[in-house]
Design a protein around this ligand. Structure first.
Ligand SMILES: Cc1cc2nc3c(=O)[nH]c(=O)nc-3n(C[C@H](O)[C@H](O)[C@H](O)COP(=O)(O)O)c2cc1C
Length: 362
């Protein structure tokens, strides 16, 4: 059996060291104040996980108001967002964990904008192809938000290139209809993401973590994301010396066909990217055995989404013999104990089969 080294440290390209190989995945919780500032509920939720997870991520955080995608979303679009975040980063760093924020632009899902931009035109959903000047502005907003994140004391940022938002829309050959250098083949469709990563890297300190999250294949409702193209994007991101490439998978051991054979997605990306960045994955990891298995097939570190909600101390307790993951459906009576507020609880009710009293599985 593969050795369980999950609680051992891991060094990143930027020189920082995570105290273990277990991260809290970015989890939208809709708890922020209306103006995008962090409030006590969100502070408490993340604080409770400090000292356990080697890497803690905030939820998806908007880089500009016109990229905001839901009520209660955290923001880093203005300097006034910094102050409350400083309190959070101080607290988490004191616990020994590292903390990053996930920088996000909704693209065609930016419902708070009355002029949504993406890489195609659709009058039905009122979205239009962005001009090149607007793309420059998007990149600039990522840079400004990353600089604010550094000022707020974060150890790094993650660029949200996954789950159907702006960068995924550009990467997907289904949605990207541009015929300039930001569309066409995968080199063109990944240009916005790669240029943003480069611009952020140039404008933050050398020892600041720069990570990227992508959806490697068609998952959830995403279409137009091929493994062959993802491997190329992953290679290019590795050449830019990012610290962690985070794979947003529904199942960590999901397999895909490559050159007529089935392989786990993680293994393919690991084998094709020359080890020049760390690879993290989320996706239905609940037990220590799941996590060790993810390491075995090629992940350098694992991320917990749902298990991280009900187990604030998973990294500390999961290797104990008597540890039993709390699989859904969850009894909401436990929420207070694990730092889930009423607002977050209400949001979780929308996920089919997750919480007693919530949406049912179809
Ligand atoms: C309540 C909830 C909120 C999420 N919010 C985000 C988010 O803000 N950004 C993101 O990249 N993924 C988000 N995800 C996806 C998770 O980070 C993770 O990839 C997914 O839940 C799969 O991991 P799991 O099987 O351990 O839950 C969210 C998932 C859930 C359940």
């Amino acid at each position: 059996m593969y050795m369980d080294d999950l609680n051992e440290p891991m060094k990143l390209n930027c020189g920082q060291r995570l105290m273990n190989k277990i991260g809290l995945a970015p989890l939208t919780n809709k708890q922020s104040n209306e103006d995008g500032t962090l409030n006590d509920r969100e502070f408490e939720w993340l604080k409770m996980r400090g000292g356990h997870y080697g890497l803690i991520s905030t939820c998806a955080t908007y880089v500009s108001k016109d990229g905001k995608a839901w009520e209660g979303q955290l923001g880093l679009s203005e300097d006034r967002h910094i102050k409350n975040l400083q309190r959070l980063t101080d607290e988490i760093k004191m616990s020994g964990s590292k903390i990053i924020t996930q920088l996000h632009h909704g693209g065609d899902k930016a419902v708070f904008s009355n002029d949504k931009i993406s890489c195609y035109d659709d009058t039905d959903i009122e979205v239009r192809n962005a001009s090149k000047e607007e793309l420059q502005e998007v990149m600039n907003n990522y840079v400004l938000a990353a600089k604010r994140a550094e000022k707020a004391g974060f150890n790094g940022i993650e660029i949200h290139g996954a789950n159907g938002y702006l960068f995924t829309q550009f990467l997907s050959h289904n949605t990207n209809k541009r015929n300039d250098e930001y569309g066409g083949d995968i080199e063109g469709r990944s240009r916005l993401l790669l240029e943003t990563v480069e611009a952020v890297r140039r404008n933050v300190s050398k020892n600041f973590m720069v990570n990227v999250r992508i959806s490697p294949v068609n998952t959830y409702s995403l279409k137009g994301i091929d493994i062959e193209e993802t491997i190329l994007v992953a290679k290019w991101l590795g050449e830019l010396n990012i610290d962690i490439l985070s794979l947003s998978l529904r199942e960590y051991n999901m397999e895909t066909i490559f050159e007529d054979q089935n392989y786990p997605v993680i293994q393919l990306i690991r084998d094709e990217t020359n080890d020049n960045m760390k690879i993290a994955t989320a996706g239905n990891i609940w037990s220590r055995a799941d996590a060790v298995n993810a390491r075995e097939i090629g992940a350098d570190m694992i991320l917990l989404g749902r298990a991280g909600i009900v187990h604030p101390d998973w990294p500390t307790v999961s290797s104990k013999m008597n540890f039993k993951p709390y699989y859904p459906k969850w009894d909401p009576a436990i929420f207070q104990k694990v730092g889930v507020s009423k607002v977050f609880h209400n949001y979780l009710l929308k996920f089919p089969g997750l919480v007693v009293g919530g949406a049912e599985k179809r």
